[in-house]
Design a binder for this molecule. Structure first.
Ligand code: NAP
Length: 247
């Protein structure tokens, strides 16, 4: 049976949305899970409650992944509590919709720091523990916009495009250490990130998606789950699109 019993996973931004669904999916398959969050402790506790109801082990840990020292503490916490880290899901991210001309340096620094640097920070800290064990799987949550680019999400798309190349490059560097790095690139998923859309805008967007609807958090969680398991052991350096056929 290909399960995750005995494995330890860290999911960043697991208090809500895709991160929460991923943390629960990994726990359902036997992993012990560290649920990271930045602000929303109550929501992180909800994720942990679901993990415990399954009968799996979990902890919550507050850390801003854009801060290198905090990301270091985050990974160390998983190792201190569970003895190792096998799976890292770099999910924490923010978006900001608007014209590039209207943005300022603070806006783009924040997005680059959380989306891109957060992924780099956590990966760097996790591989320190993975390399000596010659084992590990890192899954980065990218976006279809990282591939095709989006008007009014120029910096967001840029961070995700950079995550794609980080994924491919690090996969090549760490393949000899038996550490796999892949990314999942979602299309439009029904989470808080899209709650600013009006009903009309939602409807218009749905019409552009060949399957005719937004994806669910579980569509992404299931793909992350596959990439974290031994079943995908020959897959590394890939950006897997989960987008209802938009591409
Ligand atoms: P969401 O519902 O807005 O949740 C974002 C999560 O990230 C929350 O748990 C939040 O924690 C956490 N977070 C934000 N900044 C953080 C930081 N600096 N350090 C640690 N955690 C932080 O977002 P989502 O839709 O699930 O998106 C998750 C990922 O999927 C993101 O990388 C996003 O870019 C990507 N994605 C989403 C979609 C979509 O349509 N939803 C499409 C493509 C890609 P708090 O609760 O504590 O604030």
């Amino acid at each position: 049976m290909d399960n995750l019993i005995g494995k330890v996973a860290v999911v960043t931004g697991a208090s809500r949305g895709i991160g929460r669904a991923t943390a629960i999916a990994l726990a359902k398959n036997g992993a012990s899970v560290l649920v990271n969050y930045r602000e929303n402790e109550e929501a992180a506790e909800e994720t942990l409650k679901s993990i415990k109801e399954i009968g799996a082990y979990g902890i919550i840990f507050k850390a801003d992944v854009s801060d290198f020292k905090e990301s270091e503490k985050l990974i160390k916490q998983a190792v201190d509590k569970f003895g190792k880290i096998d799976i890292l899901v770099n999910n924490a991210g923010i978006s900001n919709v608007g014209l590039f001309i209207d943005m300022n340096e603070t806006d783009w620094n924040k997005m680059i720091d959380i989306n891109l640097k957060g992924t780099i920070n956590c990966s760097h800290n996790a591989i320190k523990y993975m390399i000596p064990k010659k084992s590990g799987s890192i899954i980065n949550i990218s976006s279809m916009w990282g591939d095709i680019g989006a008007s009014c999400e120029v910096i967001y798309s840029s961070t995700k495009g950079a995550i794609n190349l980080f994924t491919k490059s690090l996969a090549k560097e760490l393949a000899p250490s038996n550490i796999r790095i892949n990314a999942v690139a979602p299309g439009v998923i029904d989470t808080d990130m899209n709650k600013w859309l009006s009903e009309d805008e939602k409807h218009e967007l749905e019409e552009e998606i060949p399957v005719g609807k937004f994806g669910t958090v579980n569509d992404i969680a299931n793909t992350v789950l596959f990439l974290s398991k031994n079943s995908s052991k020959y897959i590394t350096g890939q950006i897997i699109r989960v987008d209802g056929g938009i591409s």
